[in-house]
Design a protein around this ligand. Structure first.
Ligand SMILES: Cc1cc2nc3c(=O)[nH]c(=O)nc-3n(C[C@H](O)[C@H](O)[C@H](O)COP(=O)(O)O)c2cc1C
Length: 203
């Protein structure tokens, strides 16, 4: 492995695909090695919400680099099939800094909250909690049922962080990208990475 930080990025089928793409962009610019897992419904929702033309039959990294005109010297990516529970990141011995699920559906939230490990996303999240690493879920649904709230509480009690898909408006976002960068920036901060994705509130 190269001398880069490794972070797992899981994308699920909740609304808010822009948060995923801007987070991936920001992590690549921070020179992170991303371990990417897409759920089946993530692919559906990304194509429903964004006109990126991403083709999931081909590697995602070159497509994202081209979409955002990123230098190919920064960052790296390993992609995993959702069903590959034998992947290296399914084990606590694989040295990642942590994991983000962005956006996180209520279904995947439920699987993580109950330690179900029914696919690689849920298993990798379970590993982060047992290893006491950083796990951030960008949970997205509205309104929230008591089941959703209880599942968020369970994840929080196990050390995970719920970062709801709630961008702030004091930054005066003008584009989808601005909204995405607010969430991406908050995520990077939780991992201790500095960024200039939006202006910090100065009071
Ligand atoms: C266009 C679209 C938007 C959706 N938005 C949400 C959402 O915001 N939150 C949510 O929990 N589920 C949402 N869903 C439903 C999930 O995709 C569905 O529950 C799916 O089984 C989640 O599976 P996954 O977590 O493996 O991706 C949406 C589905 C579609 C097709």
């Amino acid at each position: 492995m190269q001398n880069r930080d490794h972070v797992i990025v899981a994308v699920t089928g909740a609304s808010g695909s822009i948060y995923a793409l801007r987070t991936i962009r920001a992590l690549l610019l921070t020179d992170i090695h991303i371990h990417l897992i897409l759920s089946d419904y993530a692919r559906v929702v990304i194509n429903e919400e964004l006109d990126t033309g991403l083709d999931f039959r081909a590697p995602v990294l070159p497509q994202i680099r081209s979409l955002y005109t990123l230098p190919d010297t920064l960052g790296d990516m390993t992609e995993y099939p959702l069903k590959n529970q034998a992947a290296a990141i399914a084990s606590g011995s694989f040295p990642v800094k942590g994991m983000v699920v962005v956006p996180c559906s209520m279904k995947t939230l439920a699987g993580i909250a109950h330690g179900y490990s029914g696919n690689l996303i849920e298993r990798a999240a379970d590993v982060q909690m047992k290893e006491r690493r950083t796990l951030v879920l960008v949970a997205r649904e509205t309104p929230l049922s008591l089941v959703h709230l209880r599942n968020m509480t369970a994840v929080t009690e196990s050390g995970g962080i719920i970062l709801p898909a709630m961008p702030a408006f004091y930054q005066k976002p003008a584009t989808f990208d601005d909204l995405g960068d607010f969430i991406a920036g908050r995520l990077l901060s939780l991992f201790g990475y500095s960024h200039s994705l939006f202006q910090q509130w100065k009071g």
